[in-house]
Write a protein that binds this ligand. Structure first.
Ligand code: 6GU
Length: 228
């Protein structure tokens, strides 16, 4: 998979050199390009924003640098991801779908957003997804892009060594994860639930499923079908 990021804060993405994604890049599974939007400006001040037509607070990103940046980056196979609090909620299902794509381009907007014509222009030629991380506001798309790349990147085939570790997590079966324990079996007078030491695989699987249900009912009842 190839991922390109368009941003006015390219330094933000230095952390993608390390950890799991860094290894995937070294192994050639994921290719990453980070591009400074200001490289596509032509004025002395490298201007990327201006006041909104119709008035109102804040600044809007001008379309010209975005147009040139997209022209230099898009291919017919690209999916453009526009991080925005006004987008469709990001989910594990969305991450799974996007992990199958060949090329993702993240457009990190700042200020009050990007001139809408940029998004409409891109949507004329490629698939565009406006995606939100949740019901709160970030200053720009950079942190949201980082979160999405981490969620998507670890689902790209070959990135995580043991693919089974991906199927037992929160959200993969529609429920929150069961609690985990490791050695020692007693720590500060707290013991590990005895069933986990029993060697009875069926009993352990049943207990873990019950824990998933109990936790989901308690903290995320919205994830359960009605009546559970
Ligand atoms: Cl994707 N972007 C911004 N700027 N704010 C957000 C968001 C995205 N998701 C939640 N808040």
């Amino acid at each position: 998979m190839r991922i390109d990021i368009l941003t006015i804060f390219p330094d933000f993405f230095g952390v993608l050199d390390i950890s799991l994604l860094g290894k995937a890049r070294e192994r050639g599974i994921i290719e990453l390009g980070v591009h400074d939007l200001r490289d596509y400006t032509h004025d002395r001040h490298r201007t990327v924003d201006d006041t909104p037509y119709g008035g109102g607070a804040g600044m809007v990103m001008r379309p010209e640098p975005w147009g040139e940046a997209l022209d230099a980056t898009l291919t017919p196979e690209t999916v453009v991801i526009v991080p925005s609090p006004a987008g469709v909620p990001f989910t594990q299902a969305a991450a799974r779908e996007l992990a199958q794509e060949k090329h993702l381009v993240f457009t990190c907007g700042r200020y009050e957003g990007i001139d809408q014509r940029v998004i409409d222009y891109a949507a004329d030629t490629v698939r565009v997804r406006e995606i939100s991380l949740g019901d709160y506001v970030l200053n720009g798309g950079e942190v949201a892009t980082m979160a999405m790349i981490e969620a998507i990147g670890r689902l790209v085939p070959g990135v995580v060594g043991n693919p089974e570790s991906l199927t037992e997590e929160s959200h993969e079966n529609g429920l929150l994860e069961y609690p985990s324990y490791t050695k020692p079996s007693t720590w500060r007078e707290r013991s590990v639930p005895p069933v986990l030491l029993s060697g009875n695989h069926k009993a352990i699987a049943d207990w873990r499923y019950e824990q998933q249900l109990e936790r989901t009912r308690r903290v995320r009842p919205d994830l359960l079908p009605d009546g559970e």
